[in-house]
Design a binder for this molecule. Structure first.
Ligand SMILES: NC(=O)c1ccc[n+]([C@@H]2O[C@H](COP(=O)([O-])OP(=O)(O)OC[C@H]3O[C@@H](n4cnc5c(N)ncnc54)[C@H](OP(=O)(O)O)[C@@H]3O)[C@@H](O)[C@H]2O)c1
Length: 331
């Protein structure tokens, strides 16, 4: 089978190799991977990781073989792999990070992948592998942020930053939950697409650098109930200012960089909660799939690249021209 390997040297260091097809052992399944999707994390990993690793956390496909003692899935099932191999349920523990696909262990950018049976999830009914491949990281992170902390209620307001993978799923899930959505973007054209997807209020953060004021204006001076904070140090003070008293800031991303200083005191006086969100467990993934199915949500796929052209998919994500998800078709 063929698989891409990161070899150091960033995206240009991606190498397509012929390698032996892996066989499932006891408790494992083999997947014919039909599609993968990219996340911002994959760009960071390509930049930073030396050594030799099959990249990408997100992929979906069809089970082609099962090892001994596998009862959860059968040959022919369409499944997605989980981001963390061993975070099945409950609170996360330090060791989950030892097996994060496409980072600390090999990922999905291959024609065949062997996975522990507890690390795959049936895809929502009727979904293609291309659609299901968008879910394991971005969608589950948005779900975790909205449903596993303060838990969003109908009528509450959600603030989303930018129109990348996490934020667009955040919009779709928040609307399905009956919330009001405010979303920002650098592009009026992208904001128009977000209104078509149900966004109630849109703010161009380039035209309005003080976008937190626009959020306050749109909420009668109160602020959002939950913020999906994907910007990091460069946006956090504004996100705090745009969150209501008693509201929750889900700390997710570092689009503006990992380092920086933020004064935490406003959290105290505003009685706000800040919660680190790191993707989610297999149980959360299954709960999310039920919600996606019940609400007929379809992922927003920006572009699909053929397997051989995976490096171009990376370049497209790097350009930030995309809205939602960038997918690679392995078939
Ligand atoms: N903690 C976790 O578990 C977790 C999981 C997934 C992702 N993340 C992190 O969350 C972030 C987003 O990930 P993603 O995969 O959704 O990214 P993505 O799809 O690559 O999103 C990129 C988009 O973010 C927007 N953006 C860039 N700079 C911005 C800024 N300063 N303010 C507001 N929006 C900005 C842009 O949208 P516009 O063109 O519309 O402005 C850009 O196209 C990344 O930092 C990623 O590492 C964390």
């Amino acid at each position: 089978m063929r698989a891409f390997h990161l070899t150091g040297g960033g995206i240009d260091g991606l190498e397509l190799r012929d390698v032996p097809t892996p066989e499932p052992g006891a408790g494992q399944v083999a997947l014919r991977v039909e599609a993968t999707s990219l996340n911002y994390r994959d760009l960071m990993i390509a930049r930073r990781l030396g050594g030799d690793r099959i990249p990408l956390s997100d992929g979906a496909g069809v089970v082609t073989a099962v090892g001994d003692r596998v009862s959860e899935v059968s040959v022919g099932d369409r499944v997605a792999a989980t981001f963390f191999v061993d975070w099945v349920d409950g609170t996360p523990f330090a060791a989950v990070h030892d097996k994060a696909r496409g980072g600390t262990v090999d990922g999905m950018l291959a024609e065949v992948v062997v996975a522990d049976a507890h690390s795959v999830v049936p895809v929502p009914a009727g979904w293609s592998s291309a659609q299901a491949a968008t879910l394991p990281c971005a969608a589950l992170t948005a779900w975790n942020a909205l449903m596993e902390g303060r838990r969003l209620l109908p009528g509450q307001t959600v603030l989303l930053l930018g129109t990348g993978g996490v934020s667009v799923f955040g919009l779709q899930l928040a609307k399905a939950a009956g919330a009001r959505v405010i979303i920002t973007s650098s592009s009026d054209e992208k904001l128009e697409r977000m209104r078509a997807l149900g966004a109630d209020v849109t703010v161009n953060y380039t035209a309005e650098p003080d976008w937190e004021r626009a959020v306050l204006d749109a909420t009668g001076g109160v602020g959002a109930d939950i913020v999906l904070e994907v910007g990091g140090a460069g946006t956090l003070p504004k996100s705090i200012a745009a969150t209501r008293f008693g509201g929750e800031i889900a700390l997710i991303g570092i689009l503006t960089g990992a380092a920086g200083e933020t004064n935490p005191f406003p959290l105290v006086t505003r009685c706000q909660t800040m919660r680190g969100v790191y993707v989610g467990s297999r149980r959360m993934f299954a709960d999310m799939n039920a919600a996606l199915e019940a609400n007929a949500i379809e992922p927003l796929i920006d572009r699909v690249f053929p397997f051989d052209q995976a490096p171009d998919a990376y370049r497209h994500l790097t350009s930030q021209q995309h809205i939602g998800k960038v997918v690679i078709d392995h078939t």
